[in-house]
Design a protein around this ligand. Sequence first.
Ligand code: KIV
Length: 275
Amino acid sequence: MSETGKRVRALDLKEKKKRGEKIPVLTAYDATMARLLERAGIEVLLVGDSLGMVVLGHETTLPVTLEAMVHHTAAVSRGASRALVIADMPFLTFQVGVSEAVRNAGRLIQEGGAAAVKIEGGAAMLDVAQRLVDIGIPVMGHLGLLPQSVHQLGGYRRQATLERDAEKLIADARALEAAGVFAIVLESIPAEVARVATAALAIPTIGIGAGPHCDGQVLVSYDALGLYDGAVPPFVKQYAQLGEEIVAAAKTYAQEVRDGRFPAPEQLSARNALP
Ligand code: KIV
């Protein structure tokens, strides 16, 4: 956790960038995972709207509702004692108008217990980002591949591969920084574009499929831990295969119940010994 044991704040991330300290971020959707990731020293937890795909069984993030995000953010906040909890603003909760965005971000902070929100988009979202920051809500930006724009983008494709798109991304990143965002996620862009953006900003960039030059990295925890059994993006490194461990453990349990080996007599006496 933070070296001082204090709660990590959005502004601490800029200090980490100044010190050249890389920032590992993982997504979390419930209290148990938040506690486990904190124990592993993860200081920044993103309640991503990837929730829709890896937990709720949707094909995209588009069906995720504000209610679902508030519910899961509140669970993560209960589990996290020191990590910075950032809640994604789901589709249509910040694009319709600034006052609606303020009300919805406010719910993620007030009811969800998040300390910051994340919004997808560049120039088109500046007024929203600016207003949220002005009223005291820390905002993380998100550029490059925007999963909420999957239909417009024609799929989950690498972005900013053409020079003019790369220039636009860097201009958007500068504009978001000027609007007051505290960090920017860069998703699925060439490493060189991420390098230039990272060098151009005083705030940290957090990459996902954006190469090694970003100030931090974020992965969807279910992908990185091998829990999600759907398609995993090629840039993901899987640090475990927990899905396979769950299948094996559940198989053993089922077999033991069928065979009458569980519960064993010692399990019964252990249970009877409980107060
Ligand atoms: O929803 C999410 O998990 C995200 C990360 C992939 C950055 O936005």
